[in-house]
Write a protein that binds this ligand. Structure first.
Ligand code: SF4
Ligand code: SF4
Length: 322
């Protein structure tokens, strides 16, 4: 039993799935950036991307369900050649589905992507964009030189298309700490972001989501390199908050990888904790029945302490409002 499972047992908590409400699709590891906190180890040289054949199989499966939200992540999901095809196919489904694009902003300014913002707006795709600070220094330290300036220009472009202004074009920003610490209060930080981005750049957005860095991928390697990994794990363990359990994203989200393989969440995906058949062969989306997922036990590891620390952390921000 891992330490997280032990902690749940001490609190008499059984972590099991509820009804699936979100299909989160990680379309691959290709990205135009190489951020130090990246849990996916994404970058411009990665070759793992979803094919059209896999997209078609996902659409066929999705069509037989009423899962209302499709959440596209990566890498930079927009960089796979069938990104637009995927969204157009999802948008044809009945009942209608809501699509989220997890965007690093700078991709909107890359050559060849000039009309991407317009495409997203036309298809009413919600944008959740990484923006680890409202100051240039912190963003450029975490994501690379010039990323802050590019992100601001992209936000201004999105605002000009109606994002963050029109009710059907939501624009949310994501904050994660630069170093080995827990995020501050989401509500207070959101007020700071709104004030500073409006004042200095005329940028508006809807909500700020604070995320805790999980100790995996490039972030864990970085901590290990600086002899900070144990200290960070202790910080997460001591901040364990049982009130966050009901709101964990693994309870209502199905996570799939670029080959269609199934996981409890994107973090488990990066740790290769794929769902298995009884014979231990890996399960793919088209092998599972969405009606039979409720109450399934969730696969955990010590990294899960990152989701339950303090106010908690999900792809939609803090779980408990402080
Ligand atoms: S954190 Fe996001 S933007 Fe940065 S390298 Fe990873 S996938 Fe790309
Ligand atoms: S990492 Fe977080 S979301 Fe994933 S299984 Fe653990 S607690 Fe759930």
């Amino acid at each position: 039993m891992n330490h997280f499972a032990q902690k749940l047992a001490e609190h008499s908590i059984a972590l099991r799935r509820g009804r699936p409400e979100i299909l989160q699709v990680n379309v691959g590891k290709l990205c135009n950036l190489i951020c130090v906190h990246c849990h996916v180890n994404a970058g411009p040289k990665r070759k793992e991307i979803m094919t059209r054949e896999t997209i078609n199989r996902i659409i066929d499966w999705l069509a037989k369900t009423d899962i209302p939200i499709v959440d596209l992540t990566g890498g930079a999901p927009e960089m796979i050649s069938d990104f637009r095809y995927f969204i157009e196919r999802v948008k044809e489904l009945q009942p209608a589905r809501h699509v989220i694009d997890r965007c690093n902003l700078t991709i909107l300014l890359e050559p060849g992507y000039e009309d991407l913002g317009k495409f997203l707006a036309t298809n009413k795709v919600e944008i959740i964009a990484s923006m680890p600070c409202y100051s240039a220094e912190n963003v450029n330290t975490q994501r690379g030189e010039g990323v802050f300036e590019g992100s601001i220009a992209a936000l201004q472009l999105l605002n000009s298309l109606g994002y963050g202004i029109s009710p059907d074009l939501p624009l949310h920003l994501v904050y994660n700490p630069v170093g080995p610490s827990l995020p501050p209060s989401q509500a207070e930080l959101e007020a700071d972001y709104k004030r500073e981005l409006k004042k200095h750049f005329g940028v508006v957005f809807n909500n700020l989501y604070t995320l805790t860095n999980l100790p995996i991928g490039r972030f864990a390697s970085n901590l290990r390199h600086n002899n900070k990994l144990d200290e960070y794990m202790q910080l997460l363990i001591h901040a364990f908050n049982p009130v966050t359990i009901d709101g964990l994203m693994c309870r209502n989200t199905i996570s799939i990888g670029w080959r269609g393989e199934v996981y409890d969440c994107d973090f488990n995906q990066q740790l290769a904790m794929q769902w298995n058949n009884r014979d231990m062969s890996g399960l793919f989306l088209w092998d599972i029945d969405p009606k039979r997922m409720e109450n399934r036990q969730i696969m955990t590891g010590d990294h899960c302490f990152g989701c339950t620390a303090g106010a908690g952390s999900t792809c939609g921000g803090a779980i408990v409002w402080r």
